[in-house]
Write a protein that binds this ligand. Structure first.
Ligand SMILES: [Cu+2]
Length: 71
């Protein structure tokens, strides 16, 4: 297990339910330890196991629900 914690700006957040949607999807993703989205700063902080997940996969998941990460 290789724990990585990173923060990325997210495009497309307009309300609190956007934040919840992103957090819910990522927190259910295999390999994610903890995902938090800050509504005020529109940033995602994500801690994950780099053995099972990488930022490209995270980016794809975020895109699939209508948002975009700036990586
Ligand atoms: Cu919203």
């Amino acid at each position: 297990m290789v724990r990585v914690k990173e923060t990325y700006p997210v495009l497309g957040i307009s309300c609190a339910s956007c934040v919840k949607k992103i957090e819910d999807v990522l927190n259910k993703t295999d390999g994610v330890i903890e995902a938090n989205v800050n509504f005020a700063t529109e940033k995602l902080t994500i801690e994950y196991d780099n053995d099972r997940l990488d930022i490209k996969k995270i980016d794809k998941i975020v895109k699939s629900i209508g948002f975009e990460l700036i990586t």
